[in-house]
Design a protein around this ligand. Structure first.
Ligand code: 9E8
Ligand code: ZN
Length: 259
């Protein structure tokens, strides 16, 4: 129960303060469905990814990141709550040691076993990702909940590559993958102004959280849990519970694209 919160709060990644001093828009948050406000002016989110922009999978010692060539506008999102188009840079996941928790956001205080983050940056306004990370409208992250259920064919190609990045700071080439196969076809989402959930925790993220989860099977979740936080040769620590504790909503409203 609360022990995992303590462990998480003390986890090396989050030893920095739970929310940055003066932070008024920190993530993740609980999404209370009945408190979200339908906004009829929200547009559908348009997603167009070029699978050949996929580069590699990298175990950064906290998660595994699938990184993309973001030197052009070949893989972008536009519409939704966004005023500009945003370029896909990477996607990664957060997950738990068991299926009872693992997601960063919760819905009506319910955790999912895992959560996918597709990270995009505003290359219309900012020259580099690093600069966009520091600006209020710099990033747009699509969050997709994973729930235990049917085998996910698209995810399996990724799962098959994970043993090659078992240890921290290992990389494997991964040159064709279309991450839109990981995004539910249902267009419904919630959106709110938030932050990165890992250091530097900057308040630069427009969050777009899909209402519908995707289904993955137990073997696929277990494949995430066999990754390691540790480098080859170090005492093995399984990569699990790499999610940040919930942050206060403060003076924010979560909007929904659906009634
Ligand atoms: N979790 S997020 O979408 O707010 C987020 C998006 C982008 C960044 C900057 C790139 N760095 C990165 O992605 N690092 C990372 C990812 C997962 C874990 Cl578990 C730990 C560290 C940080 C957080
Ligand atoms: Zn994340």
């Amino acid at each position: 129960c609360c022990s995992y919160r303590l462990r998480n709060a003390l986890h090396p990644l989050w030893q920095s303060p739970l929310s940055i001093p003066g932070g008024s828009r920190q993530s993740p948050i609980n999404i209370q469905w009945r408190d979200s406000v339908y906004d009829p002016f929200l547009k559908p989110l348009k997603i167009s990814y070029d699978p050949t922009t996929c580069l590699h999978i990298w175990n950064n010692g906290y998660s595994f990141l699938v990184e993309f060539d973001d030197s052009t506008d070949r893989s972008i999102i536009v519409g939704g709550p966004l005023e500009n188009q945003y370029r896909l840079k990477q996607f990664h996941f957060h997950w738990g040691a068991i299926n009872e928790w693992g997601s960063e956001h919760t819905v009506d205080s319910k955790f999912y076993p895992a959560e996918l983050h597709l990270v995009h940056w505003n290359a219309v306004v900012y020259p580099t990702f690093e600069e966009a990370v520091m600006e209020g409208n710099g990033l747009a992250v699509i969050g997709v909940f994973l729930k235990l259920g049917a085998h996910h064919e698209g995810l399996q190609t990724l799962v098959d590559a994970l043993p090659a990045v078992k240890h921290k700071d290992t990389v494997i080439e991964f040159d064709v993958f279309d991450p839109s196969c990981l995004i539910p076809s249902c267009p419904d989402y919630w959106t709110y102004a938030g932050s990165l959930t890992t250091p530097p925790l900057t308040e630069s993220v427009t969050w777009i959280i899909k209402k519908k989860p995707i289904e993955v099977d137990e073997n696929q979740l277990e494949a995430f849990r066999m990754l390691l936080f540790t480098s080859d040769g170090e005492e093995e620590k399984r990569m699990v519970d790499n999610f940040r504790p919930l942050q206060p909503l403060m003076n924010r409203t979560v909007r929904s694209s659906f009634q």
